[in-house]
Design a protein around this ligand. Structure first.
Ligand code: PLP
Length: 438
């Protein structure tokens, strides 16, 4: 009888867009993802912990591939792996048949370990070292995305010394700034990334003059968390003057919905259709369109679990958890907003439950900085010590930027699928913190 009554509860519809595919509130009234009860995951694996819903990750990879292929059969989707550089994530995405963008030798090593065919790997970076370039050549990566004249000096010397051919794209800053946080706007006139249009012309001439270099086309990445698609068209119009090439890599950038009250971003299909249409309108059919999604591929797949350690009241109410800026730097770097919920108080079929016990509070981390606040002005139902809290949409630039501030071992990455949970990355230990001591 009680079970029947509890079985009718649902995740509040306003939260559905921010939680991974298949999320529900289970019969026990607790948040369930990938068929696993999140309170039990917290008990079994400890907190903080990143929980990755594998089906969500795979479905977004498929949606990107299908949408781009539908718009252009030769289009290529490449995972911007800086968003979630974790071997298990590389494995899943390699298995889905997409390519991989790496921005350092470390990411290249991880992509190879994760099973990517080197021919499908693109090396990026605005300060690639000679060692990184040599490693990329040795690994026979498909493309090197050339960023500056100094890099051309190093690359041309290396291909000559190895007598090796290499395909490249040239990264251009088209002078277009989308509406996003300045720290993640990367294609404006005053950016550290890529060639400005004038320098791009001399770079193109240098690359075309080298018989070991095959210049395939143009790359730009104008920024991240982009909700309006028009700037991609403006960026393409800006690079038109550089000539007509076989390939156009339009970077990543599709934004995601972090909170229930944020507007929904364009769908993956709208994004793919618009990007391909911009290329076809300006350059005609037959061009290879390459796209590098990071955030929109991985963000929604993952949530972070925490345990409340203290509830304090002064001018505001402060709910402190066992993680913070060591596992999620985005609120501190970009004023990023998140939803936060208590995992066993999310059932709200008619939108009224819990209203009388709702507490407006700041959910804060455990680090020695006042700025270590994960969610300001959160609304939690009766938060108490020992409660398990969840922040959804932490699969992009969370694990990637995790750190050991205050000697905090980094959280594990747990994959969930069909009711099974597996540790993909174990929790760092205190001994790991001393592993590099000499
Ligand atoms: C060159 C490049 N491509 C793609 C991306 C992925 O961007 P997003 O995560 O916004 O899709 C980035 C992110 O910084 C990038 O620098």
């Amino acid at each position: 009888m009680i079970r029947d009554r509890m079985a009718v509860v649902h995740l509040h519809p306003r939260l559905a867009p921010v939680y991974p595919l298949g999320t529900r509130v289970n019969e026990a009234g607790r948040l369930e993802v990938g068929g696993c009860d999140t309170a039990e995951l917290a008990r079994e694996f400890g907190t903080p912990a990143y929980i990755v819903v594998e089906d969500d990750l795979r479905s977004r990879a498929r949606a990107f591939v299908e949408a781009f292929r539908a718009a252009s059969p030769t289009a290529e989707v490449v995972f911007a792996s800086k968003a979630f550089p974790c071997t298990a994530v590389y494995r899943v995405l390699a298995d889905e048949g997409i390519g991989c963008d790496v921005a350092s030798a470390g990411e290249l090593a991880s992509a190879l370990r994760g099973g990517f065919d080197p021919r499908n790997i693109h090396l990026h970076g605005n300060a690639k070292t000679e060692e990184e370039l040599a490693y990329a050549l040795e690994s026979r990566v498909g493309e090197i995305v050339v960023d500056n004249h100094d890099e051309i000096d190093r690359l041309t010397a290396l291909v000559a010394a190895r007598d090796q051919r290499q395909r490249v794209l040239i990264r251009v800053a088209p002078g277009v700034s989308p509406d996003t946080h300045p720290s993640i706007s990367t294609g404006g006139p005053n950016t550290k990334f890529g060639f400005n249009l004038e320098d791009a012309r001399s770079a193109i001439a240098r690359l075309q003059a080298d018989r070991r270099i095959d210049l395939e086309g143009i790359h730009f990445h104008i920024g991240s968390q982009i909700l309006d698609l028009a700037p991609f068209g403006a960026a393409l119009r800006a690079v038109c003057e550089l000539g007509d090439f076989g390939a156009y890599n339009l970077g990543g950038g599709l934004g995601v919905q972090y909170t229930a009250d944020q507007p929904a971003p364009p769908s993956i299909a709208e994004y793919a259709t618009a990007k391909v249409a911009f290329v076809q309108e300006l350059f005609g059919p037959g061009k290879k369109v390459i796209d590098e999604p990071g955030r929109a591929l991985t963000a929604h797949s993952t949530l972070t679990l925490y345990t409340v350690q203290s509830v304090k009241r002064n001018v505001a109410t402060w709910v402190a958890v066992d993680g913070g800026m060591s596992d999620n730097l985005r609120p501190m770097l970009y004023d990023a907003r998140y939803e936060v919920d208590v995992v066993d108080r999310m059932a709200d079929p008619d939108g009224a439950a819990g209203a009388d016990t709702e507490v407006v509070c700041h959910v804060t981390g455990k680090h020695c900085e006042s700025g270590d606040v994960l969610v300001r002005d959160a609304r939690l139902i009766d938060p108490k010590v020992g409660d398990v809290l969840v922040t959804p949409v932490t699969g992009a630039y969370g694990h990637a930027m995790a750190n050991t501030d205050n000697g905090s071992p980094r959280p594990p990455v747990i994959f969930v699928k069909d009711g099974d949970a597996r540790v993909a990355v174990r929790r760092e230990t205190r001994e790991d913190l001393f592993a590099r001591d000499v």
